[in-house]
Design a protein around this ligand. Structure first.
Ligand code: HEC
Length: 184
């Protein structure tokens, strides 16, 4: 057999052997690789905040196109880490730092104030020692959001979530009318 013919026969033989395998249950299709930082977000946070950080901001605050604004004020930066879901996340300081930088600088990209520095592991380690423990997360957030909007007026959409919460609570008869939280 000439070597050209041999090569052709061999390649047909290989096709016969490999073709059915490549169609069998996607065996040869590489599994999508999710970087660790996104994996941590998806397992711990994505269920509430949405795979891409969009949640429908009246029920759970949107992270995408919003969360970067919190860096406008020191109290906002601090708030992000003192949130119980964040402070108590089952992640090392290093992994939590990587995930918060991913959330703020990737999801929040368009809203991060110019010149903002990423979180450092030391900063995260220190802030997560002081998780928010008061009775009303909502009133705490409201005060922080006011600080943030004073520093960056463009951040006013952050209040949409508070308005949604107030509306629900007024509807249930459990809270003050919209706007009253600021006086507490
Ligand atoms: C059970 C639903 C839920 C889970 C899970 C959750 N969050 Fe949240 N998150 C909320 C709610 C609700 C708020 C608004 C503040 C509050 O009431 O706690 C919030 C606020 C935030 C904020 C501030 C945004 C703002 O506009 O106030 C960030 C950042 C955040 N969460 C990140 C995370 C991260 C990171 C995780 C995973 C480690 C996570 N969240 C898990 C529901 C959730």
């Amino acid at each position: 057999m000439r070597s050209g013919t041999f090569a052709r026969v061999l390649s047909i033989a290989l096709l016969c052997v490999s073709a059915p395998r490549s169609h069998a249950a996607g065996q040869n299709i590489p599994a999508p690789v999710v970087p660790a930082v996104q994996g941590h977000y998806l397992t711990g946070c994505g269920g509430c905040h949405g795979i891409q950080g969009h949640s429908g901001r009246m029920a759970v605050p949107d992270l995408a196109g919003a969360v970067g604004w919190f860096l406008c004020a020191p109290s906002g930066r601090d708030y992000l880490i003192r949130l119980p879901n964040v402070a108590f996340a089952n992640l090392s300081d290093e992994d939590l730092t990587a995930m918060m930088n991913f959330i703020v600088f990737t999801f929040g990209k368009t809203t991060v104030p110019k010149g903002s520095l990423p979180f450092t592991t030391q900063e995260i380690a220190a802030a997560r020692q002081h998780p928010f423990q008061g009775t009303s997360m909502h009133i705490y957030r409201d005060a922080v959001v006011r600080d943030v909007i004073r520093a960056c007026p463009a951040a006013s959409p952050l209040h949409d979530y508070d308005l949604g919460q107030n509306r629900n609570e007024v509807h249930n008869g459990t809270s003050l009318p919209v706007g009253e939280a600021q006086h507490l």
